[in-house]
Design a binder for this molecule. Structure first.
Ligand SMILES: *Cc1c(COP(=O)(O)O)cnc(C)c1O
Length: 349
């Protein structure tokens, strides 16, 4: 007998973006982290955590965080399920919904973890290619009649957004569950939260990793009707959110002023960077996220990635269909963006 399931042996392990050791002098624009620090309230709350909070098991539903998120979003707590990052919610959704004979569908290119999680479930996968403008392929997705449909909105790595009307159209046509992964939604002009009220098959996912500068904390959540949430709780790890994350995360979501200030700084930098890159001859897709997808006017995207890396600037290159000629660049601080632009000017001329 083989030691591992064939589905696991066939799987190539998910390759996250490079994470150089803390303190390494690099400009890190490769994993869409927020370039600004989290709220000072978060740091203070973290300092105050004592042995007693750590000695005991955490609340199984991260109640403190759930209450705070509920107040901020004006959604009842029973509509919220908290996870160890939104990746944890994706895992629960896959476990509960996808499997042999139960298809998973999503447009591509998108978040690579969807493919990995579906493969672990041994679920058939339908990957529908986006067109060059990254319009959501509603009909092709619906026609696959999937048990689980995933739409990252804004999408990564394109940064593009489907309108709420188009998502509504998709929700109406699907019999299975529709996940709208809003990991970057705070940087966008609109969100689709209202769809969880209108459709009992829609789940919206949010995370503190990008907009709240807390990728290291690991906190995300799903919003859906209580009946759907109830099924997901059956497959979650008993104590999936640790006490530190639940407490500190509550302080983070409550500091909406801090989040909004950082988000607007990043949106301004995004406009500026988009214009500068366009002037330099790059094609830049219109981004609603904290990164931009770009195509160099000439030359090879991978060579440019390597050349930037040699000069201490990390961006993301995906060796994937539709992406081999492109780079994804996270929005940094103004200083970081300036160094990036100066370096690119030397490299592409
Ligand atoms: C970053 C990201 C996530 C993961 O978020 P975590 O909360 O850090 O697990 C999920 N979906 C997309 C599309 C992302 O880019």
């Amino acid at each position: 007998m083989k030691r591992f399931r064939a589905a696991i042996e066939a799987l190539s392990a998910y390759t996250p973006g490079e994470q150089p050791a803390l303190g390494t002098r690099v400009i890190k624009l490769n994993t869409n982290e927020n370039p600004y620090p989290p709220s000072p309230n978060v740091i203070e709350a973290l300092r105050k955590i004592g042995g007693e909070e750590l000695r005991r098991y955490p609340h199984p539903f991260a109640e403190e965080f759930r209450q705070s998120a509920s107040e901020i979003l004006r959604v009842e707590p029973s509509w919220i399920l908290v996870g160890n990052g939104s990746d944890d919610l994706l895992t629960m959704l896959m476990r509960a919904v996808a499997g042999p004979g139960r298809t998973v569908a999503y447009p591509v290119p998108t978040y690579v973890l969807y493919r990995t999680l579906a493969a672990i479930q041994e679920a058939p996968v339908v990957e529908v290619p986006f067109d060059e403008r990254y319009e959501l392929p509603v009909s092709a997705l619906a026609d696959a009649d999937p048990a689980l449909t995933l739409v990252a909105n804004p999408n990564s790595p394109s940064g593009t957004c489907a309108s709420t009307d188009r998502l509504t159209d998709l929700a109406v046509r699907l019999k299975g569950i529709l996940v709208i992964d809003e990991a970057y939604v705070e940087f966008a002009d609109a969100n689709a939260l209202e769809l969880v009220r209108k459709f009992d098959n829609v789940v919206v996912l949010r995370t503190l990793s990008k907009s709240h500068s807390l990728a290291g904390l690991r906190l995300g959540f799903g919003i859906a009707n209580p009946a759907l949430i109830h099924e997901l709780t059956k497959v979650k790890d008993s104590y999936n959110v640790d006490a530190v994350a639940a407490h500190v995360g509550a302080w983070a979501v409550r500091d909406t002023a801090h989040t909004l200030a950082n988000v607007s700084r990043i949106r301004e930098s995004r406009t500026k960077l988009t214009n500068q890159l366009t002037s330099l001859g790059f094609r830049v897709w219109p981004s609603q996220a904290n990164f931009v997808l770009v195509r160099p006017s000439e030359g090879n995207a991978r060579d440019l990635y390597e050349a930037l890396k040699q000069r201490g600037i990390l961006v993301r290159y995906f060796n994937e269909i539709g992406l081999k000629d492109k780079l994804r660049i996270s929005i940094g601080t103004d200083e970081e963006n300036t160094v990036l632009m100066n370096t690119l000017k030397e490299l592409v001329i």
